[in-house]
Design a protein around this ligand. Structure first.
Ligand code: AMP
Length: 218
């Protein structure tokens, strides 16, 4: 099952992609996570990407395409993948088509997470992440048992620097201008399904499974 999750930052794509990964053993390929790991390791790629990320801008297409093409070659994607945060532009989507065609694979579903702007702002502002495992919490709707500490491995939680108000505004603008056109791009191919991403995590997960059916049962 080869899936793409589309939707604005803060729509809950990462939370749901991690659930799919845990419950269905289909890897989440989150380009934001790949970039944050590169930045934390201070690789030249990570340091170059940081200049864009900290402003809320997109990292140039060519480097993102190369990173995803490389990741898709890993054997753990044999049974499928969930692309979370990629593609974000039409050129990225076109390049992905070419990469998949070259591998003899195709997309099964492109699932768009529909959510109101005030919901995503609330979700991003309250989002906290585990430094060690990347586990995602929310101060109000999904808080850790002990404030500031991950339930799974007791590592400290942190707030992404691009989850602060000025950068959130810029990321929303970038989404509208550069990523929203992907909806029409994939609608034209008959693989597109939109779900409501408002509400509880489990409720959204069930909507997701239904949207991915009939190819997915889980
Ligand atoms: P995310 O974790 O998906 O919200 O991504 C965080 C940041 O990483 C974005 O605001 C961009 O700066 C960068 N980024 C992630 N994925 C992409 C992509 N597919 N194309 C360009 N930039 C990206």
């Amino acid at each position: 099952m080869n899936l793409i999750f589309l939707g604005p930052p803060g729509a809950g794509k990462g939370t749901q992609a991690r659930l799919i990964e845990q419950r269905m053993e289909i890897p989440q390929i989150a380009t934001g996570d790949i970039l944050r790991a590169a930045r934390a390791s201070k690789t030249p790629f990570g340091e170059a990407a940081d200049r864009y990320m900290s402003r809320g801008d997109l990292v140039p297409d060519a480097v993102m395409i190369e990173a995803v093409a490389e990741r898709l070659q890993c054997p753990d994607t044999a049974a499928g993948f969930v692309l979370d945060g990629f593609p974000r532009t039409i050129p990225q989507a076109e390049a992905l088509d070419a990469v998949l065609a070259g591998m003899g694979r195709r997309l099964d579903r492109v699932i768009a997470f529909e959510v109101a702007e005030d919901t995503v702002i609330r979700r991003m502002s309250g989002r906290r992440i585990c430094r060690a495992s990347g586990h995602i919490y929310h101060l109000d709707s999904n808080p850790p048992v002990t404030p500031g500490v991950c339930d799974v491995d007791a590592s400290p939680l942190y707030q992404r620097d691009d989850d602060r108000p000025e950068t959130i505004r810029r990321r929303m603008q970038v989404y509208r201008e550069q990523s929203e056109p992907l909806v029409a791009f994939y609608q034209a191919r008959g693989v597109f399904v939109a779900i409501s991403a408002e509400g509880e995590i489990e409720e959204i997960y069930q909507a997701l499974l239904a949207a991915a059916a009939p190819r997915v049962r889980g």
